[in-house]
Design a protein around this ligand. Structure first.
Ligand SMILES: *[C@@H]1O[C@H](CO)[C@@H](O)[C@H](O)[C@H]1NC(C)=O
Ligand SMILES: *[C@@H]1O[C@H](CO)[C@@H](O)[C@H](O)[C@H]1NC(C)=O
Length: 438
């Protein structure tokens, strides 16, 4: 157990010492570090994997030439094996991690022969997910060095380098195909809007904007990942990705609230509350999206990665809770009005209730369900793309439902209300209300 703590402590400490570049090629500087184990990065190799290590400015705090430098070095280990290694260490079967036969030694400092830097390419032929770690089994010796680690798999006959881990390498395609689905949805929606251009309202255009933003966001995400895949870094490519992510994050809650309250006759004080909620939700969504983007770029083993993850998930869930409030107020308002009950009121009520349920379901499926999924690291490691796929499928289903139920057509509330208003000569002034809001 003590050994466990000792090995987890570094995970906490590492953020203090680490500086990294936003890419799969990692660049880490270590300053006078006494930790026995330093984790660097994780990667799933194929049978033609390579680990490239360029380490420079190596400096040990103890210059004694009698030090056994074979007890300091880099090694690879799978997560499963790591558990056994920890067990071996606690039971005293091995004194130093590097002695264990369960780890794959990459380079020990004995091979340095007095030099202060080394470059090496280490072939990995096991299709496994490995962690690159550094072990220092010497007492009272601190290590300083600059580490550049690159892990990639060789693909095809030309041995092209693929810098994405074997389980992530299809992500660009998944993102790209998903974006095609959204572009198709946008096309269908434009057709519907054109066909019923006389009953179209602002909300319908907002829906179109949202779908297009989603598509563009996925294209930028595909571009971002494929850039990393080809070159190992994505400098400059990430800007579009941030922008679309950001816009999408703001549009969705605004749209949800607008649909939920847009054609309901909210009392002015309620309308006020709705606006206040939007003023809270929008900055929260901005924050959640920034956290999400940063999360993408935090390498594994950085202590605050987990905190960011939880932070993002919690803020996001709070947002959807807040968004659901105005919809439920709308339902109450409508329910209060149904005593004079027209069929339209009842229909509105039913539709609102359905929408409310679907919003909750959507939030639950994409957020709450994803939350345990992302927090269980091993799941994320095994199938990083399944999470993406599930989220996109649920989102497409949600958009399709919303689009279908709130289509600008005869079945649509806005037009029904307009007819009703004419019949009963009761000024519902829906379009006006909406106009004010925008
Ligand atoms: C080694 O590191 C530890 C903790 O990081 C520090 O307390 C100690 O002074 C360092 N020793 C040397 C010789 O730099
Ligand atoms: C890192 O080391 C490899 C293997 O020696 C070498 O091919 C590569 O050019 C080095 N990279 C840098 C940036 O020094």
């Amino acid at each position: 157990m003590a050994m466990m703590c000792r090995s987890f402590l570094p995970f906490v400490l590492i953020s203090l010492f680490i500086s990294f570049c936003f890419a799969e090629i990692r660049f880490v500087q270590i300053h006078s570090d006494a930790r026995p184990i330093i984790p660097f990065d994780e990667f799933r190799f194929t049978h033609t994997g390579r680990l490239e290590l360029n380490v420079s400015q190596i400096d040990l705090s103890n210059k004694n030439p009698d030090l056994d430098l074979s007890r300091v070095g880099f090694f690879l280990c799978t997560r499963d094996m790591w558990m056994y290694v920890l067990q071996q260490l606690t039971e005293g079967d091995v004194m130093c991690t590097l002695d264990s036969r369960l780890v794959t030694l990459v380079y020990d400092f004995k091979s340095l022969n007095g030099k202060s830097n080394f470059d090496t390419v280490f072939p990995v032929n096991n299709a496994e997910r490995y962690t690159l770690l550094f072990a220092n089994c010497l007492d009272q010796v601190n290590v300083s060095m600059t580490v550049r680690s690159t892990m990639y798999n060789l693909e095809g006959k030309q041995n092209r380098r693929d810098y994405l881990s074997a389980d992530e390498t299809i992500l660009p395609s998944v993102y790209f195909l998903s974006s095609l689905v959204y572009f198709t949805l946008a096309g269908v929606w434009i057709y519907i809007l054109y066909k019923s251009r006389h009953t179209v309202s602002r909300i319908h255009f907002l829906m179109l904007v949202l779908v297009i933003l989603n598509a563009l966001n996925l294209v930028s995400e595909a571009e971002y990942k494929s850039c990393i895949k080809r070159t190992g870094s994505a400098h400059g490519r990430d800007v579009l990705f941030y922008i679309f992510n950001f816009l999408k994050g703001i549009t969705l809650p605004v749209l949800m609230v607008s649909i939920g309250t847009g054609w309901s006759q909210l009392k002015p004080y309620l309308q006020d509350k709705v606006n206040k909620i939007l003023m809270i939700v929008i900055p929260l969504q901005v924050a959640a999206n920034i956290a999400r983007v940063i999360l993408v770029e935090i390498p594994p083993f950085v202590s605050y990665r987990f905190a960011w993850k939880m932070g993002f998930a919690v803020v996001d869930i709070i947002c959807y809770f807040l968004v659901s409030l105005p919809i439920s107020w709308s339902i109450e308002c409508e329910a209060a009005q149904t005593d004079g009950n027209t069929a339209v009121n009842l229909m509105k009520l039913t539709l609102l209730r359905q929408y409310y349920l679907v919003v909750i379901l959507y939030a639950f499926l994409t957020r709450a369900l994803v939350l345990p999924v992302v927090t269980i690291e091993s799941y994320e490691n095994e199938h990083p793309w399944t999470g993406v796929l599930v989220e996109e499928l649920v989102t497409v289903a949600f958009y399709a439902f919303t689009g279908y139920k709130f289509m600008p057509e005869a079945r649509n509330m806005y037009s029904v209300i307009d007819d009703e208003a004419k019949d009963v000569a009761e000024p519902l002034k829906l379009e006006d209300d909406e106009g004010k809001k925008w």
